[in-house]
Design a protein around this ligand. Structure first.
Ligand code: PLP
Length: 386
């Protein structure tokens, strides 16, 4: 049996989305910017996708910019906004973010720091909730933009964006949120959240890889950060990815209808996994049990190496990860920056796995995973005790 429990890294295309995607690839060969009948057909579908996505987050058609994914949306939001106010608001040189952002934001703000911006990383508490008091102190008339993720990619914690939005409004600064891990898992209404910009990525909600979007509230100034044919109101030049955006819209439409149903199902599975962990000692659950994306579990086992556990489970055809997919493959040495910021003890950080359930799982798979998890943790502990 194959059990995929790494839905925060990416999600498989839903069967309906896959067949729709391949139909569009076949049936819409036209460039959406061409003026002939093929171009017009593609443009119509492109516009339908934009309207569908706008509707699903309570935004306007004009407020959606299609991108190649979450990383690009984050970069356009931060660099594009700062570029647009550079001359008009020279005193606003501060960029406020949190200590637990994804690399798409962390590396972007590090670059901004190099460029002379004053970057502040707000701390988080033990559950991974950003310290609003420190934001209160830092968000002021010198702040240009505050970027706080909606849901964290390692522990699933949801941030109090409404409260943060109020602070930003009072200080006259822009609030951007990286909602890549929240989109399709919790309901999102951009007006209710009070955000000015929001990034999302289709492959996290059962759409294709390499496509995403940026919501930009009307009136938010933004300048392009790269140049070309002027597509997407000049903000994202490059031939429109019609099959990609159409499949993304189809996926978002489908998952948006199922949020509540899936939430209940995921909570049951999460409980089952946590109950299985009761058979073991030295287990820690990371994150906020109340305010998190349904189906996300970050579990730490003392005296266990998370990578060894991941490898053993992989040999049993179970796919989980140690932290985020990006950090597992390379550059971030020294363990999870998210768990460190949450003051998780080092021995637990080393023994952490991330388990995220999704549409393709069932009860049998969860039971299989629970049994294998208990078996492998017990085995690894026995081996390390000689
Ligand atoms: N932001 C968060 C929170 C993520 O989890 C990811 C991907 O893991 C990204 C941004 C990057 O998105 P993409 O892979 O579409 O560039």
């Amino acid at each position: 049996m194959k059990v995929y429990l790494d839905h925060a890294a990416t999600t498989p295309l839903l069967p309906d989305v896959l067949s729709y995607y391949s139909d569009v690839l076949k049936d819409y060969p036209g460039n959406a910017s061409s003026l002939h009948y093929e171009g017009e057909r593609s443009r119509e579908l492109y516009n339908w996708a934009k309207q569908t996505i706008a509707d699903s987050i309570n935004a306007d058609f004009k407020e959606i910019v299609f991108t190649s994914g979450g990383t690009e949306a984050d970069n356009i939001a931060l660099f594009g906004y700062l570029k647009s106010i550079r001359e008009k608001k020279p005193d606003r040189k501060k960029v406020v973010t949190s200590a637990i952002e994804h690399e798409a934001i962390i590396e972007t703000v590090k670059e901004l720091d190099q460029m002379g911006y004053d970057v502040f990383f707000a701390p988080v508490d033990e559950k991974g909730i950003v310290d609003v008091d420190s934001l209160k102190e830092q968000i002021d008339e010198q702040t240009a933009i505050c970027s706080i993720m909606y849901a964290n990619n390692e522990v699933g914690t949801l941030q109090p964006l409404k409260e943060i939005s109020q602070l930003c409004k009072e200080a006259g600064c822009i609030l951007h949120t990286d909602a890549v891990q929240a989109m399709g898992k919790v309901e999102i209404d951009v007006n209710e959240l009070g955000v000015d910009m929001l990034s999302a990525s289709a492959h996290k909600f059962y759409g294709p890889k390499g496509v995403g979007f940026l919501y930009v509230k009307e009136g938010t100034p933004l300048e392009p950060i790269f140049y070309g044919g002027g597509h997407e109101k000049g903000l994202r030049s490059g031939t429109e990815n019609v099959p990609g955006v159409a499949a993304m819209a189809k996926a978002l439409e489908t998952v948006s209808e199922k949020i509540n149903e899936k939430q209940e199902q995921y909570e049951q599975w999460t409980k089952r996994i946590m109950d299985a962990c009761q058979k073991l000692s030295g287990v820690q659950f990371n994150g906020d049990p109340e305010r998190r994306t349904p189906g996300s579990l970050s579990l730490s086992f003392s005296g266990v190496n998370g990578e060894a556990l991941m490898g053993m489970l992989s040999m049993e055809d179970i796919a989980i990860s140690t932290a985020s997919a990006c950090s597992s493959h390379s550059h971030r040495k020294g363990g999870s920056h998210v768990l460190s910021a949450m003051r998780c003890p080092k021995e637990y950080i080393n023994g952490t796995i991330r388990v995220v359930t999704g549409y393709d799982n069932d009860d049998e798979q969860i039971d299989y995973f629970c049994n294998k998890l208990v078996e492998k943790v017990t085995l690894l502990r026995r081996l390390s005790n000689g």
